[in-house]
Unconditional design. Structure first.
Length: 374
């Protein structure tokens, strides 16, 4: 098993195209690290530099405290699972899984033992004589994982391995990968653009944008305490509501006022949040505030209990999702979404009241987009 250390890692392609800038991270042994971000953010390039498939332009990469910048991929003791599975079509499942071991001239009995052991873990013992063309997408994914497992590598690298699967199978394979990680007790580095995959599998998540690391944190910390507006809006489904506002001081209480003209709304921040010195610096200034849909409440009891955060809203439309509903609102001219229990009856196109859970409000600097409240 192994740790992976990235110190000032950067990648610049010809034509001065910068893909990754100053990536610094210590990945502990047996961690499940997820790199997440939009297309073109540099996450796959970072993974390929760890694998040795991309040359590192700047910085140092260590695997198990050994500098590996110039070590070829085959000598890094890593295994990579690709998005397209990369199986040999003319080989059986057994031959695909054993190919890397044969190249290393592993003894035939040892090859058979490892392949059968991996096939049992992945529940594909009955597929070993089939070729890839006779397999479903999920089965091909398991074979690709099996090919990596038999090598018993120090580090597993997975580049969007579930993106070609349908939604139901993706959910199943997420759970399977998490169980596999616990079983193998090996370091996993996983790339995805899907924040749900990141939240459900990673022990820590690296959020990237435009080649830069935005935040590294455990999933719940990332969700509750985003470091900037990008992380706040990228992580979470439905997306965090954001709006421009002015921070006011009224009788020793910090209020957020948003909207224009006569169509305005005010929400009081709790003292522990609104009276922080770093928040008070913004009194009288414009800010961006955010609140997650689950923290906007339409229940009558909640609204009565929180009069300082109650606002008038107009229901635009409702998405019914079974146990929950997404309610899309207009509040002081700004668009918001709320997630409510489907048993709460809210009429469409009606004027109603909602209340914010002000403990869960986030405030960001409008210029830097960095957090003020976290």
């Amino acid at each position: 098993m192994a740790s992976v250390t990235l110190k000032g890692i950067g990648k610049t392609y010809s034509g001065n195209v910068v893909a990754v800038t100053d990536f610094n991270m210590e990945i502990q042994d047996k961690e499940f690290i997820v790199l997440v971000g939009p297309s073109g953010c540099g996450k796959s390039t970072t993974l390929r530099m760890i694998a040795g498939l991309e040359e590192i332009t700047t910085g140092s990469l260590y695997i198990d405290d050994k500098l590996v910048n110039d070590v070829p991929p085959k000598d890094r003791d890593i295994a990579m699972v690709f998005q397209n599975y990369a199986l040999y079509p003319h080989m059986t499942v057994f031959e695909n899984m054993s190919f890397g071991l044969k190249i290393k001239k592993t003894h035939r009995d040892e090859i058979k033992r490892r392949v059968l052991e991996a096939a049992k873990i992945l529940e594909i013992e009955g597929l070993l004589k089939r070729k890839p063309s006779a397999l479903s997408g999920g089965q091909r994914q398991r074979v690709a994982l099996g090919r990596a497992i038999v090598r018993n590598p120090k580090v597993f690298l997975l580049d969007e391995p579930l993106s070609n699967l349908d939604a139901k199978l993706r959910t199943t394979m997420r759970a399977e990968l998490s169980k596999l990680h616990q079983s193998l007790q090996t370091t996993f580095v996983y790339v995805t653009h899907d924040q749900t995959e990141a939240m459900t599998m990673g022990t820590r998540i690296v959020v990237m944008k435009d080649g830069f690391v935005q935040q590294i944190a455990p999933p719940q910390e990332l969700f509750d305490k985003p470091s900037n507006l990008f992380v706040a809006t990228f992580m979470g489904t439905p997306q965090m509501n954001v709006s421009k506002a002015t921070l006011l001081d009224i009788d020793g209480v910090s209020w957020l006022q948003f909207g224009e003209g006569t169509d305005k709304a005010r929400v009081a921040l709790p003292q522990w949040k609104g009276r922080k010195p770093e928040v008070l610096e913004y009194i009288g200034r414009s800010v961006i505030f955010g609140i997650r849909p689950n923290d906007i409440h339409g229940e009558e009891e909640y609204i009565k209990a929180h009069p300082d955060s109650a606002v008038d809203a107009k229901v635009e439309f409702i998405e019914h999702l079974g146990a929950e509903s997404n309610v899309f609102l207009k509040i002081a001219g700004a668009e918001f979404a709320s997630v409510v229990d489907s048993r709460v009856k809210i009429p469409s196109n009606a004027a109603v009241s909602f209340a914010f859970d002000t403990d869960m409000i986030h405030v960001f600097d409008p210029d830097t987009e960095e957090t003020i409240t976290n």
